[in-house]
Write a protein that binds this ligand. Structure first.
Ligand code: URA
Length: 246
């Protein structure tokens, strides 16, 4: 049996402002103001001060839904190189879906190239998948790129400001050099082979690429090939990160 994120700590209904403050939406006082302003909706009805919510209730603040659906699972996988980001591969190569429990069935959220390593989410939640992959929601993805040579400051500035690729100019990126041949790059677009093409365009092809963060999620303890269920707080944090489109 699977259990989804729970908004409340126990089985008993709790005061709404207590739950809102635990979710990090605001202090209790600030949460009371949100409720009074009619910005908090429980199970489709605008909440009022004094309302309580329990497990299974659906909460939305300014249109951002915090779900308690018990059937939702989200895995965080540390994808090794050489594993395909699909559910099944006609060539019989190992797939990311083969690295997580078979039931309930989940699909990868977006895609990492065959040779790219690092963090990948898999879920059976279609809304989460859509929002995490759609550029308008702008979820940040951070990569560590080991590149050939050592990019100059000017080359790094080009990465930062946006680069003309054959499918258009890239949006501004966060870029920092960690050591001469290693660059941390944070983007929120997710086009096909984007980081590899950006580095290629500045004359420093990628030798190794690792995704180190997805929105608020990072985990340095997961070994390659290992996965784990997200905690309730992580799922709620993710929902907050993808709350509203840019
Ligand atoms: N950018 C790439 O070039 N490859 C990936 O797998 C992810 C981002």
């Amino acid at each position: 049996m699977t259990t989804g994120p729970s908004l409340t700590e126990g089985d008993e209904p709790e005061r709404l402002q207590k739950v809102l403050s635990r979710l990090g939406i605001g202090s209790r006082r600030a949460s009371e103001i949100l409720i009074a302003e009619g910005r908090v909706v429980v199970n489709g009805t605008v909440a009022t001060l004094g309302d309580r919510i329990g497990p299974g209730d659906e909460l939305a603040v300014d249109g951002v839904v915090y779900t308690t659906r018990p059937d939702v699972v989200v895995y965080l996988l540390n994808k090794p190189a050489g594993v395909v980001t699909t559910a099944s591969d006609p060539e019989g190569r190992p797939t990311v879906v083969g690295l997580v429990p078979p039931e309930p069935r989940v699909v990868p959220v977006g895609r990492l190239d065959l040779e790219t390593e690092g963090l990948l989410l898999l879920t059976n939640d279609g809304t989460l998948t859509h929002r995490l992959t759609h550029p308008s929601f702008g979820v940040e993805k951070e990569y560590l790129a080991e590149v050939e040579g050592s990019p100059s400051r000017q080359a790094l500035r080009r990465l930062r400001e946006g680069i003309e690729l054959d499918d258009g100019r890239t949006a501004p990126a966060k870029v920092s050099q960690i050591e001469p041949g290693a660059v941390r790059i944070t983007i929120h677009e997710g086009r096909n082979r984007q980081v590899r093409r950006m580095c290629e365009a500045i004359g420093h092809p990628v030798r190794r690429l690792v995704r180190t963060r997805i929105g608020p999620l990072a985990d340095r303890t997961l070994r390659p090939g290992q996965s784990r269920r997200l905690t309730d707080d992580e799922v709620l944090g993710l929902q907050r990160a993808i709350g509203s489109p840019r």
